[in-house]
Design a binder for this molecule. Sequence first.
Ligand SMILES: NC(=O)C1=CN([C@@H]2O[C@H](COP(=O)(O)OP(=O)(O)OC[C@H]3O[C@@H](n4cnc5c(N)ncnc54)[C@H](O)[C@@H]3O)[C@@H](O)[C@H]2O)C=CC1
Ligand SMILES: CC(=O)C(=O)O
Ligand SMILES: [Mg+2]
Length: 372
Amino acid sequence: MRIGSVKEIKAQEYRVGLPPAAVREAVAHGHEVLIEAGAGIGAGFEDAEYTDAGARLVDDPAEVFAEAEMVVKVKEPQPSERAQLREGQVLFTYLHLAPDRPQTEDLIASGVTAIAYETVTDRAGGLPLLAPMSEVAGRLAPQTGAWTLQKANGGRGVLMGGVPGVRPANVVIVGGGVVGTAAARVAVGMGANVTVLDRSVPRMSYLDDIFQGRLTTQFSSAQAIDALLPTADMVIGAVLIPGAAAPKLVSRAQLGRMQPGAVLVDVAIDQGGCFETSRPTTHQDPIYEVDGIMHYCVANMPGAVPRTATQALSNATLPFVLALANKGWRQACEDDPHLLAGLNVHAGALTSYPVGRALEIDVVSPTLALKR
Ligand SMILES: NC(=O)C1=CN([C@@H]2O[C@H](COP(=O)(O)OP(=O)(O)OC[C@H]3O[C@@H](n4cnc5c(N)ncnc54)[C@H](O)[C@@H]3O)[C@@H](O)[C@H]2O)C=CC1
Ligand SMILES: CC(=O)C(=O)O
Ligand SMILES: [Mg+2]
């Protein structure tokens, strides 16, 4: 198969879909790989490393979109990229369609076969292609939140770990999955007083077990969140209902119950955000204030550490890239229901029920789509 990857054009996104190590493996499996020149520079991968790995470099991304049978990216295709997708082509990347009607409509209109990293599943009920970036974003969340808490950035001037005689920051993490656990690990390490809320009792048992009393778990109800807001210095939004728009767990009115300069870090912003006042921001301009509360809502947080993040992402995607290339998307999805769970759009139809519900668009079942 002819596989292609381009330089990401989303603001301040320096990750790349295929690092040289992945190119080498694809080439070893007999595939041809086209890479836009400079695609890996932001993550520290030189063009020469790509040619050494067997890639053909092209200057114009349009050549990649025109020639590749499968395009492997990181971020959802931007409007100019969507215009170049076509029927019979596979797009393998993060999509986050539920909060994004324009992208969903463009992908359907293009006829492309779009497989979303974030809805591919595994046998344990996890999301193996979201998890590596959730590990990264989760670890970043307390770090960027701590920076936002600094007075000069609009925060209330509280140090995460406090100092002897002065209490540490109160950090509330809503959602104790991969992001929430990674965020808890760093926030606990920084010395903060951490509470994690989840609706899954087994998940809270797991957290209770691994953190050995260094954090508090609490069942996530509207009442529990409301009670924690007045003393929270930082609230990290880390909930997920796979494929669906994030539930709104803190309303604008509730900001009035918080301390001025407290910080909301909405990691779930890529699924629409779990705070009513969240809107996507960029690494260039990451924070804003609403009613005295600072918001950090960068939708591609791992883009801040592209070298680590590219390698972590590719470690997880490579087996699927190879399966798709070796067998073709249809056979690969027929053989692996977990990969089929990633199919969001095919041949002019939406194939994801959570996205269909969020956007009120008719859905063709993924199993039926395999036959189209
Ligand atoms: N902004 C960014 O750059 C990035 C964002 N993300 C996003 O972070 C979010 C979380 O991802 P993961 O941790 O991998 O998901 P996950 O599935 O591992 O964890 C989500 C957790 O939320 C819990 N949950 C669901 N509803 C809840 C509620 N009402 N209250 C409390 N907990 C609730 C679930 O029980 C689960 O434990 C997703 O939206 C994901 O797309 C992930 C990586 C990067
Ligand atoms: C998960 C995701 O959207 C990201 O890593 O940017
Ligand atoms: Mg994202």
